[in-house]
Design a protein around this ligand. Structure first.
Ligand SMILES: Nc1nc2c(ncn2[C@@H]2O[C@H](COP(=O)(O)OP(=O)(O)OP(=O)(O)O)[C@@H](O)[C@H]2O)c(=O)[nH]1
Ligand SMILES: [Mg+2]
Length: 182
């Protein structure tokens, strides 16, 4: 009994984390997504200064999810988190069409970075709960604006989601788990 318990204990606490960075412009919904996934609820967020780190066990994978502040002044410090990253979750505010070119420029910097060269890329077109009448774009429109199909030699996927309703978030996590198992 004691042996079994200590074996389980060792497995649980020495399992290596799969490092995932949650990146995107300020107000995209990164922190809301982080807590929606790990706590299962919508929590009130304030703009992130620095980062939030949560460990989340999902379908046999121990994810180390790191959500980093996206304000202009903070984006230059993203690079200090890159080493050892397995996957990037790039969060896009689908209702902020005006800043998609800026989001695209940030994406291009990420894909050009040597330290992220083999990182999986999951793009979450967030805020899909908002009406299209308010200018919210579909995932296909976000994909086109980011020129995702131009990405060569990169495993990527785009999913529509809503951090408020939870729609799409676990489909995204499932894609990551599937790619990690492959
Ligand atoms: N309608 C809607 N609002 C959302 C959604 N996700 C986040 N929000 C709202 O968007 C705002 C910003 O959310 P945050 O999660 O703080 O954004 P962030 O990307 O962490 O921003 P920074 O920390 O500044 O980089 C908040 O008012 C959220 O409630 C969503 O899916 N739908
Ligand atoms: Mg935040």
């Amino acid at each position: 009994m004691g042996v079994t318990f200590s074996t389980l204990w060792a497995r649980l606490f020495t399992r290596k984390e799969t490092k995932v960075l949650i990146l995107g412009l300020d107000n995209a919904g990164k922190s809301t997504i982080l807590y929606r996934i790990t706590m299962g609820s919508v929590v009130a967020t304030a703009p992130t200064v620095g980062s939030n780190h949560e460990i989340y066990d999902y379908k046999g994978v121990r994810f180390g999810l790191i959500d980093i502040g996206g304000q202009t002044s903070l984006r230059s410090s993203w690079g200090q988190y890159f080493a050892g990253t397995t996957a990037i979750i790039l969060v896009i505010d689908s209702s902020d069409a005006g800043r998609l070119p800026l989001a695209k420029a940030e994406l291009q910097k990420l894909v050009a970075d040597e330290e992220l060269k083999s990182a999986l890329l999951l793009v979450l077109a967030n805020k899909q709960d908002l009406p299209t009448a308010q200018g919210r774009l579909t995932p296909a429109q976000v994909s086109e604006a980011l020129s995702l199909t131009d990405l060569r030699e990169r495993e990527w996927q785009i999913m529509g989601c809503s951090a408020l309703t939870g729609q799409g978030l676990f489909e995204g996590m499932d894609w990551l788990v599937g790619k990690l198992a492959a």
